[in-house]
Design a protein around this ligand. Structure first.
Ligand SMILES: Cc1cc2nc3c(=O)[nH]c(=O)nc-3n(C[C@H](O)[C@H](O)[C@H](O)COP(=O)(O)OP(=O)(O)OC[C@H]3O[C@@H](n4cnc5c(N)ncnc54)[C@H](O)[C@@H]3O)c2cc1C
Length: 275
């Protein structure tokens, strides 16, 4: 967001406030690291358009700044005829989204991935993996070079709009700006309320736990391996993910979290009164 704003208005004075000591410490630094191609979303929807454009922009950014990504491709594997029917529906959807996926039969699947068993699969050759933390660090360096100011360790705890000014406060400081954009991830609902927005929803944390395979299994697959998603569930399903550092993870599961930003197991955060 900061990058886009500065690109639109290079003369603007831009301040970035972040509560952690660096960028990418929350969701962006704790995900599967996949540059999704945009297979699943309803054709024509904002999500479909953003995912497809975002994948292209992410790869372009990486090319421009020598950030390594690996277009290893993704296999969505069907384990029975019902899943194959669902995979065919996904194939149609992806095609409507302008993507070129390929249907893979059982024997080709065995050739591509000898360790994976299935009745067939969809191959998304464009799906890639990257280290999103590295992207964040590069974006920060570019912002700083373009004249933006960044303050770390500043947790925004007050937002007040008066006339044409918005006042933003933390424990240690306060700032005034003409415009404020909150990109607060899992804290977005709290910041929206802080800013006086009348919202009727609240973020409920779910922990996604990943299991990292032992290093001797790092070459067990050469693609990302996903199940055919169950249309009744809002998750992509447990997947085998090759990470850009060479390791392979299996996950995530989804368990109700007791802390919004608690990554180790059994993280608990005492409830605070909603602001
Ligand atoms: C388990 C899991 C797997 C995923 N896998 C993928 C994937 O493979 N590929 C993909 O593209 N997407 C994936 N996603 C989605 C992706 O990670 C998120 O959509 C994305 O990281 C959200 O970015 P964000 O900037 O909105 O939030 P965040 O990365 O969480 O950043 C929010 C920032 O706001 C700061 N902040 C919050 N409150 C305050 C405050 N009061 N004051 C100051 N700063 C504050 C935080 O410290 C943080 O740095 C996954 C998500 C999950 C949960």
């Amino acid at each position: 967001m900061a990058r886009e704003l500065l690109a639109l208005r290079p003369q603007a004075s831009l301040l970035l406030l972040e509560k952690e000591d660096t960028v990418g410490k929350h969701q962006t630094g704790h995900n599967s690291g996949v540059i999704h191609a945009g297979i699943y979303y309803v054709p024509g929807s904002l999500k479909a358009r953003l995912c497809i454009e975002g994948a292209r922009a992410t790869k372009e950014f990486c090319d421009e700044h020598a950030i390594r990504y690996d277009t290893c491709g993704k296999l969505i594997v069907a384990t029975n005829p019902l899943e194959m029917t669902r995979a065919d529906a996904l194939h149609e959807r992806a095609t409507s989204n302008g993507l070129s996926l390929r249907r893979v039969g059982e024997s080709e699947l065995r050739e591509l991935e000898p360790q994976i068993a299935g009745v067939g699969a969809l191959l998304s050759p464009e799906t890639a993996i990257v280290d999103y933390r590295e992207i964040c660090r590069k974006m920060l360096a570019l912002l700083q070079a373009a004249g933006a100011t960044s303050h770390f360790g500043e947790t925004v705890n007050r937002i007040k709009e008066t006339g044409s000014i918005v006042e933003i406060g933390s424990k240690g400081g306060s700032w005034q700006a003409r415009q404020l954009v909150c990109c607060a991830g899992l804290q977005s609902d709290r910041l929206a309320r802080m800013a006086g927005a009348d919202i009727s929803y609240r973020i409920v944390p779910f922990r996604g736990e990943y299991f990292r395979l032992p290093p001797r299994l790092n070459r067990i697959v050469s693609h990302l391996i996903y199940p055919v998603p169950d249309p009744d569930l809002p998750f992509l399903g447990i997947h085998l993910t090759r990470m850009i550092d060479g390791s392979v993870t299996l996950g995530p599961n989804a368990v109700l979290g007791l802390s919004r930003e608690g990554y180790p197991k059994f993280s608990i955060k005492a409830a605070t009164r909603p602001t």
